[in-house]
Design a protein around this ligand. Sequence first.
Ligand SMILES: Cc1ncc(C[n+]2csc(CCOP(=O)(O)OP(=O)(O)O)c2C)c(N)n1
Ligand SMILES: [Mg+2]
Length: 808
Amino acid sequence: MSAIKEVKAKFSQTKVKEILSDYRLAVESREASLIGRREVFMGKAKFGIFGDGKEIAQIAMAKVFRKGDFRAGYYRDQTFMFAIGQLTVQQYFAQLYAHTSLEADPASAGRLMNGHYATRFLDQEGKLINFTENKNSSADISPTAGQMPRLVGLAYASKLFRENSALKEYTNLSHHGDEIAFGTIGNASTSEGMFFEAVNAAGVLQVPMLISVWDDDYGISVPQEYHTTKESISKALAGFQRTENDKGFEIITVKGWDYIALIEEYQRAEKICREQHIPVLFHVQEMTQPQGHSTSGSHERYKSKERLEWEAQHDCIRRMREWIIGDVHILQEEVDAIEKEAKASARQAKDRAWKAFTNDVRKDQLRVTEILEKAVKQGERGAEILHVKNDLLRSINPTRLETMKAARKTIRLLINDNGEVKAELLEWLRRADEDNLDRYSSHLHSISDESALKVEKIDAVYTDASPLVDGREVLQACFDAALTRDPRVLAFGEDVGKIGDVNQGFAGLQAKHGELRVTDTGIRECTIVGQGIGVALRGLKPIVEIQYLDYFIYALPTLSDDLACLYYRTKGGQKAPVIVRTRGHRLEGVWHAGSQVGMLLSALRGMYIISPRNMTQAAGFYNTMLKSDDPSVIIECLNGYRLKERLPDNIGEFTVPLGVPEILRSGNDVTIVTYGSMCRIVMEAAEDLEKSGIFSEVIDAQTLLPFDIHHIILESVRKTNRIVFADEDVPGGATSFMMQKVLEEQGAYQYMDSKPVTITGKEHRPAYASDGDYFSKPSTEDVFEKVYALMSEVDPIRYPPLYPGKIV
Ligand SMILES: Cc1ncc(C[n+]2csc(CCOP(=O)(O)OP(=O)(O)O)c2C)c(N)n1
Ligand SMILES: [Mg+2]
């Protein structure tokens, strides 16, 4: 009690303790930011972005963040992460240094730049932890507002757990859906479409989503007037405020330096959100940025003197200090002592992190130096090797690349050496390659027991009684079985609910399984995918639908930046096994006939990309993916829903393995690799070719990622010595990908007797109607003529040119 001037004390001892402890944390976090910036300027880290100026609000928010809750936030949230006990200051610095150890940086093992927070959702075996006993943060990404689509799903899961009684048994995932999904976002980032999509979706869905906007009036150098209507996101969104008659949001505004108001208002927000599942927009104004945006430039360039002065006056820590001394009546000396201790603590944590980081990196440096010393002594090229060694030792802040460079340069110098020292160096390099592969390139796909590649193959079973049905009915039976089998499975998307999707794959399934399992959504591709990511992170198994492949472009940022790289960026710490269902390839007309598979291949590494030729294959892939914990895209053939297929007797069980092409037709003259809707076109062409004496081997690649893992195509090329890749993508799209895989990776170039050929769609979007399709996409005639021309070049006597003088 000594420090408090007893006469005026208006807070209980416990409260005072809490206030001082909060203040201490704010100061320590601020100090971490200040030190962090210095570390970057000293060359000890590459880039720094810090949470200074946002400390107090984050401490207040942390008070209402309970076990079981989830966060989807951004790079300013260090104080919050410290406050919930999910980040130590040492770990914070480890990430700044890019320490590639999970122990040092559990969020990303050094893969992400600093300020990207995440907790671990998976144990060593890749199984989900008990979320209800943990404070959970989904993994941050850099694209502004990129966290918002995922936030919708994290909140939506609470609704599902609360309202779907079949999920009650999953007590490790949720406690009656009482969990709040906390989002944070910068003021300027609220200009992004994703923010508006997410806010609208949450208002419609009425889910427990509490979005805090950290408003410091700037987005890097650009002030509020350029970003937001009325220069205030809470004013701009006032129409979302719920009223007596209309559901909507609760909108709250507080000043970022007002400790008491922040605490009270967060408590109010929490109650509404947690108990009633009402989304809350929590607009924290008058925040500051004491050090500017990041280490890439100073804010003195764009903030006026007056603004800088205003920021200094409104600094939340300064204001809290004044309040503690003035209103809580703590002696200045005691506050000083707290500050001193907090700052020392941050410094010590930094020192520990640096030591651990450099020790780790230096281990390799020392080992290589040792080997190089031996090589110098050995004589041959000694002087040059000495030079390499000295260069290596000169580095002040060690990096792995310097050691690696020195080793690789030395290998060149030892080209004619076959001695022991070289063997030692080679052995070190071999191990370093392995280690670096693990450090920088592992965990692109699941390595758990549930990896899609480990799902056991179960053949489709047919009997005489197996009926011939429309393709869409095959899917419907598959989805029905999946929904019946596992209460965690759910499907949603535009028109998926009431009518059971535009092609009726889910027809009648909402009526049978309920609205929570098969659900319509608004037209909002980005947040449909985000909704999938969020619910999958929380342990459910969503099939989310993007109505046409053409509309993937709207969802692509979230698919690419968030879903595809989630497992990689957390080094196996989080997974979201979302199945993204879509339909593509040819139908009629532009925007309903897209086949942009090359785009997916470039953007979605980390997901599996599956392009089945018919609905039975598609059903088998759905069954495979539902058993796995990898995310995937399944592209159904737009023109296949009404084609007749036999319904397997084990529609809910049979699986199709990924990465295993199927030989649809055998032949010795030429191998044609294709997938999806092109399979039928190519098969028709192959029949025509046979009439001209050309026997093609037609291979359905089935999945593009992974691609032909057993090199079945190579086997075929060894026999035919000729290869054609056919699809509906643009020239240089997915056919080029397949060509690289087969010619370079599989080594088929050695067996080629003719140049490889690609048959693709035109460079433009497919034109409308049957004629548009014919002249935009490869036709049977196109395939026939291209393959025929290939054979004609080989044997013009046997296959006289169809169009003499014309190069096809
Ligand atoms: C999609 C995207 N565009 C641009 C950027 C570059 N960028 C990083 S932070 C930032 C400003 C964000 O400002 P605000 O949302 O107010 O957050 P603050 O940094 O002020 O907390 C910009 C433009 C980005 N990361 N992502
Ligand atoms: Mg800002």
